[in-house]
Design a protein around this ligand. Structure first.
Ligand code: CA
Length: 408
């Protein structure tokens, strides 16, 4: 297995997928600098090791190993939960590629490139396989259609085990008009053990949420929605949370089911939101009255009452567009168990966050440390069936597998 080198993560092409502060076409993101080696030896004292194998962040050395290359603007990676151990990579331009044992399969699993608009923050943005995919062949995708509006659609694979199946679809299950080109959300995740598909919806775009959509409970924009397929094939969308700006990537901890959202910021603050699943319904994450823990606009004086604030945030001196990630629950890297990994798309770093100590107790303040200095433009994380974590590098088209070990 190869280590990442300076040349592995290419400088980004002009035009970014996500831009925190942008107002549509005014966005001029900077190009990523060439990657530094991504293995970061950790300084600090020897760790306390618990029975779980998890260690303090200070004792972690994290690495990235290329799993697949030659992908075109990958924006998501996931698995089908079907025992095949395949990885499915979403390309922004409209294709889904299959990776088996580190080999990208020829052709596409699905290709909607002719149905969508792409470029900037538009494109094929999300994918979720139904919990019963093995027998039903059902999967859902999220994309911006030819008009730039959000569509969540169902496809059904004739042979779910095929890498290039006959697909029936799309059957539209949700359509949301987008007033501006940016802030399209796009992440789809099934709540663990249920038929409830969570959909991350951005605030409709421009800058500053000019239509006050995220706080308006009557609008689907700026919300976390649920489509509950237990009783209907085309359920009415439920608004379960409000006050998000662009929840580009969110996830559920596969062990605890906690919800983690990376909500892309406006002018100054990028945030990571955390809430146990049992307390998730009804949360108001604050946008556009709050940008992270700061009033928006900065000279406003909003009440704090009724809002939930991020578990962590960082300023635009450190990055400009947060990429929410996953809590590592794999088995290959015991030192990493329980660590939440997230990134900044523009700055290119990956940070680890520990909410709990190695003994499982909740810390008064989460521990955080940058564990990878630069990997180009990390657009998304994802898990394989075993809980190993991967990261997509958008500009160079490489999928990396996350590794870690304890520093002696
Ligand atoms: Ca917020």
């Amino acid at each position: 297995m190869r280590r990442v080198t300076h040349t592995a993560a290419k400088a980004v092409v002009a035009g970014a997928l996500l831009c925190a502060a942008c107002a549509g076409a005014a966005c001029t993101p900077r190009a990523a600098t060439p990657s530094a080696p991504v293995s970061v030896p950790a300084p600090g004292p020897a760790p306390a090791v618990s029975g779980t194998g998890a260690v303090s962040l200070d004792a972690l050395q994290v690495t990235l190993t290329p799993e697949a290359s030659g992908l075109v603007q990958p924006v998501f990676v996931t698995n089908a939960g079907d025992g095949s151990n395949r990885l499915f990579v979403v390309e922004q331009g409209g294709r889904i590629r299959v990776i088996r044992n580190g080999h990208t399969q020829p052709g596409a699993f699905l290709d909607v490139s002719k149905r969508i608009s792409t470029g900037g923050e538009r494109g094929l943005l999300g994918l979720a396989f139904a919990p019963d995919y093995t027998t039903s062949g059902i999967l859902y995708i999220d994309y911006t259609d030819a008009h730039g509006d959000t569509v969540v659609a169902r496809f059904t694979a004739g042979d779910p085990s095929s890498d290039s199946p006959q697909l029936t679809g799309p059957e539209e299950v949700l359509a949301v008009a987008q007033p501006f080109a940016n802030h399209n959300g796009g992440c789809l995740m099934f709540e663990p053990g249920t038929s409830r598909l969570w959909v991350g919806m951005g605030d409709g775009g421009s800058g500053g949420d000019p239509g006050n959509r995220a706080q308006n409970p009557g609008q689907l924009l700026g919300k976390m929605l649920v489509l509950d397929f237990s009783a209907s094939a085309k359920p009415k969308p439920q608004v379960v949370e409000r006050g998000v700006r662009n929840p580009w990537r969110f996830s559920f901890d596969r062990k605890t089911h906690d919800l983690w959202i990376g909500d892309v910021g406006q002018d100054a603050w990028e945030e990571i939101d955390f809430v146990p699943l049992g307390q998730a319904s009804g949360v108001n994450w604050g946008w556009h009255l709050w940008e992270g823990t700061y009033p928006y606009p900065s000279d406003a004086n909003p009440s704090k009452q009724g809002f939930m604030f991020p578990i962590t945030e960082y300023g635009h001196d450190r990055g400009q567009s947060v990429t929410g990630g996953f809590v590592y629950r794999g088995s290959e890297n015991p030192a990493l168990v329980g660590t939440y990994l997230y990134a900044d798309f523009e700055a290119g770093w990956i940070t680890g966050l520990q909410r709990t100590a190695p003994d499982g107790s909740v810390l008064a303040r989460p521990l955080e440390r940058t564990v990878i200095e630069s990997v180009g433009n990390p657009s998304s994380f994802g898990e394989d069936e075993a809980g190993e974590v991967y990261v997509c590098e958008w500009g160079g088209g490489t999928l990396y597998k996350v590794g870690a070990k304890q520093v002696p």
